[in-house]
Design a protein around this ligand. Structure first.
Ligand SMILES: [Fe+2]
Length: 383
């Protein structure tokens, strides 16, 4: 027996071993929270939403022995729960309804972490394996419920009050990140609305290009998905393509709508619009990348374009895509000097100008994209 400050300490080998286990487990749990917070810092917008969910589930799986986990989105209107799938096309999600069970109902009402060890194994909802433990973790921020994390394990897991505290901290971090992503999305949509009103201002002046910018943006974005570009690049391309002709605001109405053949002076003036556009956007530092894409959207692969006559891969990648989508819409619509081209002629024209006006590698992929989406694209030009 050891006497220390008046307290009798009885130390046996078993107790020290248990204490050692408990202390190392607790320090592991606490250090994992630090690691988790660090991981969260690395997630950048626009991937916050899916990345946050993925990282949270992976972290919980790493801490405990859950086989699999999913996030159930909560729909406030009809109080239903559903699983939101991956982005399968531009702004399209596959939603699968999720049926409530009695444990989930309890979690929904109480908004508390609810877990259950099953007396008899049942088939899991995710992996279709026989499972023994289920847990629902509500993800809510200031009484706003985003949904639930649902995890299942084949094993009987021993989850105590310390674990519940750790899971609560993880859940609140996840809720905070989702709230942030919602706010950023709101800012972005306000910004895009402002851009759209600017685009309308251009199109009011130029009657021949009504709907041009939004169609070009649609083709750019869909093509970007088609060739698997990363999300941040797709976003830049979307903004740049919507704004690519913003410089036309500086071109007189009479000139933009002139029915007679344009004089070389007229042409040179119109050719100023990429620079004018870049100039308009100059004060908006956060659009620096998009500004560059706009500035070079009329460069040609062979170096005979404008304004800087740069060639090949020196032309920003996104500008080379924008040039293809811009030309598609120009060819598919009536212009003062010619009628719209049919689909076959458009493809032939892209083939003819591959390597001179357009990037040959991208042109090949763009033709493939056009052929595969022919029906949908054609509908844009009907009536
Ligand atoms: Fe243009």
């Amino acid at each position: 027996m050891k006497k220390e400050k008046g307290i009798d300490l009885i130390l046996t080998n078993d107790i020290t071993a248990d204490l050692g286990d408990i202390i190392s487990r607790k320090s592991y749990l606490i250090s994992s929270l630090y690691e988790f917070a660090k991981l969260f810092e690395k997630i950048k917008y626009p991937e916050i939403y899916f990345e946050t969910i993925k990282q949270t589930i992976n972290h919980i799986k790493k801490l405990y022995e859950f086989n699999e986990g999913i996030f159930l989105n909560y729909n406030k209107e009809d109080e239903s729960l559903y699983i939101k799938g991956e982005e399968i096309a531009y702004k399209m999600y596959e939603s699968i309804p999720f049926e409530s069970d009695e444990i989930l109902e309890f979690a929904k009402k109480s908004l508390t972490i609810t877990f259950k060890i099953l007396n008899n194994k049942i088939e899991g909802k995710i992996l279709k394996k026989l499972i023994s433990t289920i847990i629902y973790i509500p993800i809510s921020y200031q009484k706003e419920c985003f949904g639930f994390l649902y995890l299942e394990s084949e094993k009987v897991l021993n989850i105590n009050s310390d674990d519940i505290s750790i899971l609560s901290i993880i859940a609140s971090q996840m809720a905070f990140a989702l709230k942030n992503s919602q706010l950023l999305e709101q800012i972005e949509s306000n910004f895009l609305e402002t851009i759209n009103s600017l685009v309308s201002a251009i199109e009011v002046k130029d009657t021949y290009t009504k709907g041009h910018s939004s169609r070009v943006a649609k083709y750019c974005v869909n093509f970007a998905f088609f060739i698997n570009l990363p999300t941040d690049q797709i976003k830049s391309l979307e903004i740049a393509s919507l704004l690519h002709d913003i410089g036309k605001i500086g071109i007189p109405y009479e000139l933009l709508n002139k029915k007679e053949t344009l004089s070389p002076i007229d042409i040179n003036f119109i050719k100023k619009h990429p620079e004018m556009g870049a100039h308009i956007l100059e004060p908006l530092e956060f659009l620096a990348k998009e500004r560059k894409i706009i500035l070079h959207h009329h460069e040609r692969f062979d170096g005979n374009g404008y304004p800087n006559k740069i060639k090949g891969k020196d032309i920003p990648f996104e500008s080379r895509i924008l040039s293809l989508a811009d030309s598609l819409d120009a060819m598919a619509t009536d212009r003062p000097y010619r009628k719209a081209l049919d689909f076959k002629s458009i493809i032939l024209e892209f083939k003819r100008c591959s390597g001179t006006q357009f990037d040959p590698e991208l042109t090949e992929q763009f033709i493939d994209f056009l052929e595969k989406n022919q029906q949908i694209i054609r509908r844009d030009y009907e009536d």
